[in-house]
Design a protein around this ligand. Structure first.
Ligand code: C2E
Ligand code: CA
Ligand code: CA
Ligand code: CA
Length: 279
């Protein structure tokens, strides 16, 4: 028998059904976590380069199962999308991120924004806008402190429809960020026509700015182009001082990455905000 871990129950299964088993197990774990309300969020600080302070935090979903252990969102989000579980999961994320932001506001961090990942499938749900409105009203948070992160995949089916959806979100006062910029398709084309506030340059670009002149110049022009369109820029996955200083030089607005902080538990984020306040 192949040893494929203590969680496996299919000793002679070929690879295909092994991955199918894993999918079913992950789906089960997600269902269970939704039912038992054991999903949780971590928050990764987003730092404004001008001030060096945390101005926002990205909510990142976490799933830990008794048997499977920690399952990364890179694995369970696609499964949630395939199974439709992304709808209740996504609702849960928005509701809880807003609740946590209310708390930070209550204890004095009133300029903090929260940024929430939204799957394109979740956005295409008929009730998305209505539910979002209700959740924002209930949380009593000024909408400009709420940002939604979407990826270019949202445009795949129907650009026109997506743009209308974005306009509705913007009408509510909520900010829009384009996530993983550079990994999708003809991104440059959309930029002019979509009402974006923020562009997040993907980590794969940032990884190479210290070693590749071409990449460095591409990042340069992305930042320039974004600024021309009044769009602010976040660099994702910043891990070194060297990357930081290059991005500063290029006029990047915000930085996110392990160099500053890994995703934090809510109490750790509060500690960090506290430290910065008196720094
Ligand atoms: P993302 O939205 O691009 O989130 C950034 C990911 O990069 C996070 O991984 C974060 O922990 C990681 N990261 C941040 N800084 C660094 C760095 O300096 N170095 C490295 N190596 N990694 C860094 P995570 O939390 O595993 O999330 C993976 C993806 O899962 C996210 O990518 C996002 O697409 C998705 N995701 C996470 N939470 C949610 C959610 O609530 N809803 C939806 N729809 N998707 C989510
Ligand atoms: Ca279990
Ligand atoms: Ca994101
Ligand atoms: Ca990203």
């Amino acid at each position: 028998a192949k040893d494929n871990g203590k969680n496996s129950y299919s000793f002679y299964a070929p690879d295909m059904s092994k991955s199918l088993d894993r999918k079913l197990l992950v789906e089960g774990a997600l269902r269970e976590a939704i039912g038992k309300n054991t999903l949780y969020l971590q928050y990764q600080p987003i730092i404004e380069l001008k001030t060096g302070k945390t101005v926002a935090a990205e909510a990142l979903l976490r799933l830990k199962d008794d048997e499977l252990g920690f399952i990364s969102p890179g694995e369970f989000i696609p499964i949630a999308e395939e199974t439709g579980l992304i709808i209740p999961t996504g609702d849960w994320v928005i509701e809880n991120a807003l609740r946590e932001l209310s708390y930070y506001r209550l204890v004095g961090y009133e300029s903090l924004s929260i940024t929430i990942n939204v799957s394109s499938l979740q956005m295409k749900d008929r009730n998305f806008i209505d539910k979002l409105k209700l959740m924002v009203q209930n949380a009593k948070i000024p909408p400009e402190f709420i940002k939604l992160e979407v990826t270019e995949s949202v445009f795949m089916e129907n650009v026109e429809k997506s743009i209308n959806l974005f306009r509705e979100i913007k009408k509510m006062g909520i900010k829009l960020a384009l996530d993983d910029f550079g990994t999708g398709y003809s991104s440059l084309n959309y930029l002019r026509s979509i009402p974006l506030d923020i562009l997040k340059i993907d980590k794969s670009f940032i990884d190479e700015i210290t070693t590749s002149r071409v990449l460095s110049e591409i990042v340069d022009s992305i930042i320039g182009m974004a600024h021309t369109l009044d769009i602010l820029v976040v660099a994702e996955g910043v891990e070194s001082e060297e990357q930081l200083s290059i991005l500063k030089e290029k006029g990047c607005d915000f930085i996110q990455g392990y160099f500053f902080s890994k995703p934090l538990m809510p109490n750790q984020l509060e500690e960090r905000l506290q430290e910065e306040k008196y720094a």
